[in-house]
Write a new protein. Structure first.
Length: 341
């Protein structure tokens, strides 16, 4: 992923549905079999649980995983420790998790890119998202924010469009198939013109270079974009269906005249496929416990992350979400004519 990619507009790309959002997802009662938080889990780990994060520390997926890990460890009686295993758009870490012992002591925190993008972008993957994992549950969903560097001189969508059409727009990515990559691709297609997509090992180093003025643009998840705004990045639009309370002055992409920029990022926990059902259920109950943790709720509110509710929680809902979004993103990627590798 150490190459630069020149993105150009492709016709009829943003006729795709609003991907990665919550609007079409079911709501309702808690999944059958879920236990109240006060009962003991059906399975307890014998030692600490390793949560593999396939992206750099400090990025949105890493933050989401760490927020869940602490209270999950309290519920399970053993610490849940995040291990960052980066590279190849998250495929290295995901592959390691898929091949781990299926005993509940190794799990994976991944996002829409790991579970719904990569199989449509890479000819060879060290894992199959539809057959190699037992899904534990969704942690939450993050809208994305279109950020520009103050040093870029860009202060409006009109100026951003002009820069893209001049072919001089630099966009931070974290590799082919990552959420930053898809956000950048969607942006260029919506603006028309071209953008130079520059890969980093994760979202955090891309944001650092945005703040330093090395990049013009990053489209990043709100959970890490909002701190970047506090650090000096200039927000131009939110990719979700509504404004965010924390940056209420920032319009939605629809309001800003970028209706094609519709991407929200969900994060899911998974275990190796052969993990026993009772172990998966215990991990799901620990995640459910974490989602009720006061600190997690406070951080979600601060950064506009959206926790799953009711029937959106649990293994069955997570599995259905992966399969549904994999199909939708496959159609999008083919229409975008993004080359496989």
């Amino acid at each position: 992923m150490n190459r630069r990619t020149l993105l150009g507009a492709a016709p009829a790309l943003i006729a795709a549905p609003a991907l990665g959002g919550l609007a079409a997802r079911p709501a309702g009662a808690q999944p059958a079999g879920a236990q109240p938080a006060s009962t003991q889990p059906a399975w307890r780990p014998e030692r600490g649980v390793t949560m593999i994060c396939p992206f750099a520390a400090g990025g949105a997926t890493d933050v989401m995983g760490r927020l869940a890990a602490g209270p999950m460890g309290q519920r399970l009686g053993q610490p849940v420790v995040v291990e960052n295993v980066t590279g190849a758009s998250g495929s290295i870490g995901a592959g390691r998790a898929a091949r781990a012992n299926a005993d509940g002591h190794t799990i994976l925190v991944g996002h829409v890119g790991i579970f719904a993008f990569n199989q449509h972008l890479f000819n060879r993957l060290p894992y199959d998202p539809l057959s190699d994992f037992a899904y534990i549950g969704e942690i939450g969903t993050n809208p994305m924010v279109l950020l520009v560097s103050r040093q870029s001189g860009i202060r409006s969508i009109a100026q951003l469009r002009e820069r893209a059409r001049s072919g001089r727009l630099t966009i931070g990515s974290s590799g082919l198939g990552t959420t930053l990559h898809m956000g950048g691709a969607m942006l260029v297609q919506t603006l028309g013109g071209q953008g130079d997509l520059i890969p980093y090992r994760g979202g955090a180093p891309a944001i650092n270079d945005l703040l330093a003025g090395i990049l013009d643009v990053v489209v990043d998840q709100a959970i890490t974009a909002i701190p970047a705004i506090q650090g000096g990045a200039l927000p131009l639009a939110v990719t979700g269906p509504q404004r965010l309370p924390q940056i209420a002055e920032v319009p939605t992409a629809q309001e800003a005249g970028l209706p094609g920029l519709t991407l929200q990022v969900w994060n899911i926990l998974a275990a190796p496929r052969a993990t026993p059902a009772r172990t998966v259920q215990a991990l799901a109950e620990a995640l459910d416990f974490a989602l009720e943790d006061a600190t997690l709720k406070e951080r979600f509110a601060t950064y506009s992350a959206i926790a799953p509710q009711g029937a959106q929680r649990g293994p069955a809902a997570a599995d259905a979400l992966v399969r549904r979004e994999s199909q939708a993103w496959g159609e999008f990627i083919r229409s975008a004519r993004i080359e496989r590798e």
